[in-house]
Design a protein around this ligand. Structure first.
Ligand SMILES: [Zn+2]
Length: 380
C-alpha cells in the first residue's frame, strides 16, 4: 500500500460492477429521509463523554426489535448482535462512538457565573460567545469573555483561553445559579443541525455520523457476516468504552466508523494546499496509519478493492495525528485485525462541524459492500 499516495476518487463503470453483483443498491428516498432525520436528532442530542445517555436512548429506540440481542454494559456501551439470514458467517465488530467533546461545570462564582473545563479536545480558539446548553435540563447559556475593546493581548492568561472565560446563564448570584446547574454538569454547544444542499453541518458530527451509519447497518444487516455492533462511550477521553466492548464481543475483525478532520482549506496566497490529510468531496477516508493504529494491511486492501470494484469514491487518510477506537480494539484479547473508515469533516471539535452528504452515503455503501464480501481469507 503506497503510504504516500494522495486522496483520489476513481469511479468504475457501473455496468461492470453491477455484473459482478457488488454494485451497492442506493438507499430509497424514504430510507434516506429517515437516516437524515436520525442524524439530525443524533447531532442535536447532548452526549459529552461519560454522559452519553441521550444518544444511547436514540440508539436503543432505533434498534429495538431489529437486533438478535441488545445490551448496555457497565460503561454504557450499547452492544447489539444482528445478522441477515441464518448463516453465522465471520464475527465482525463495527463500532461508532456515541460521545462528543464538550465542557464540564467545575464551580459557580459569587456572581452566578460558571467556571468550566474541557472534556476531550475541544478547540479552545472557538469558545468565546458560543451558545451552550448546561446539564441534562439543557439550561441555555453563553460562554462569556472580555469584550474586544478592552483586550490587552499581553495579558496572561490569554483572553480567549478557558481560565479567562465563564458560562453566563443569566443568574445574578451563586445561589440562583445552583438552583439550575451543578458542578459536574456536562455542557454542549447549542448548535442546530442543517442541510445546505450537499453540505451537512451541526455539532458532534464526530461521531454521530458514524452512529447513524452503524444504525443503518443494524436495521438492515449485510449478508454473510455476524454483525457485532458497539455504540461506544468515552472515545474522546481515551477510547475507554471500546476497550471493554472489544473484550466482551471477541470479534474476528473490527471496522471502526468515525469522522476524521479534513484539513483542506485553500492557502491564503492562492497556492494549492497539498498538505491536506483528507478532503471533503473525495469519498470516505480509508486509514493507512494514525496516531494509535497501523491498520491490518489485508483490511486496507479489502476496503480499497471493494471501493474500486463497486465504483465508489474513496481517499486515503494521510498518516499521523489522532486515533480512533481501533487503537484500543486491535490490542484487545489476542489481537484483533482492525481498520478505521471515516467521513471527512471540517472544523471538528468546535461548535460546528461540516461534512458532505455524498461522502457519508458513499461510506455507508462502502462498508456495506465490504462486509458482504468479507471472508476469513481477507484477514489471514
Ligand atoms: Zn471521533
Amino acid at each position: 500500500m503506497p503510504r504516500t499516495s494522495t486522496a483520489r476518487a476513481r469511479p468504475r463503470s457501473a455496468p461492470a460492477a453491477r455484473r459482478r453483483g457488488i454494485r451497492p443498491q442506493p438507499a430509497s428516498p424514504a430510507v434516506l429521509r429517515k437516516s437524515l432525520e436520525r442524524l439530525r436528532r443524533l447531532s442535536e442530542a447532548s452526549g459529552v463523554s461519560g454522559d452519553e445517555g441521550a444518544v444511547r436512548q436514540i440508539v436503543l429506540e432505533t434498534i429495538e426489535g431489529h437486533a438478535d440481542e441488545v445490551r448496555v454494559d457497565a460503561l454504557g456501551n450499547v452492544l447489539a448482535r444482528a445478522r441477515a439470514g441464518s448463516r453465522r458467517g465471520l464475527r465482525v465488530m463495527l463500532t461508532a462512538h456515541m460521545d462528543e467533546v464538550g465542557l464540564m461545570v467545575l464551580g459557580v462564582t459569587a456572581e452566578g457565573m460558571l467556571k468550566f473545563d474541557r472534556v476531550g479536545g475541544v478547540d479552545e480558539r472557538a469558545l468565546v460567545a458560543k451558545p451552550v446548553l448546561v446539564g441534562r435540563a439543557r439550561i441555555p447559556g453563553v460562554i462569556g469573555g472580555t469584550p474586544p475593546h478592552l483586550i490587552d493581548w499581553a495579558d496572561e492568561p490569554s483572553p480567549y483561553k478557558i481560565p479567562a472565560l465563564a458560562i453566563d446563564i443569566g443568574a445574578r448570584t451563586k445561589e440562583e445559579a445552583l438552583e439550575r446547574v451543578h458542578p459536574g454538569d456536562a455542557v454542549v454547544f447549542a448548535t442546530r443541525f442543517e442541510r445546505l444542499g450537499n453540505v451537512l453541518r451541526g455539532k458532534a458530527l464526530d461521531d454521530r455520523v458514524g452512529v447513524a451509519t452503524l444504525l443503518e447497518l443494524v436495521l438492515d444487516p449485510p449478508p454473510g457476516i455476524e454483525l457485532l455492533a458497539a455504540f461506544t462511550t468515552q472515545e474522546e477521553v481515551g477510547l475507554r468504552g471500546a476497550a471493554v466492548a472489544a473484550h466482551a464481543l471477541d470479534p474476528q475483525a473490527a471496522i471502526v466508523l468515525d469522522c476524521t478532520p479534513a484539513n483542506d482549506l485553500p492557502l491564503w496566497d492562492g497556492r494549492e494546499n497539498t498538505t491536506y490529510n483528507t478532503r471533503l468531496g473525495f469519498g470516505p477516508a480509508i486509514y493507512v496509519g494514525d496516531g494509535g493504529t497501523l491498520p491490518n494491511p489485508r483490511l486496507i486492501e479489502h476496503l480499497v478493492r471493494t471501493a474500486e470494484a463497486a465504483g465508489l469514491p474513496y481517499q486515503y487518510r494521510q498518516p499521523g495525528g489522532g486515533s480512533t477506537d481501533a487503537a484500543a480494539i486491535h490490542l484487545a484479547r489476542k489481537g484483533i485485525p482492525s481498520i478505521s473508515l471515516s467521513v471527512p469533516g471540517r472544523y471538528l471539535h468546535t461548535p460546528l462541524s461540516m461534512i458532505h452528504f455524498d461522502d457519508w452515503r458513499a461510506s455507508v455503501s462502502l462498508v456495506r459492500a465490504a462486509l458482504a464480501r468479507l471472508r476469513l481469507d481477507n484477514i489471514r
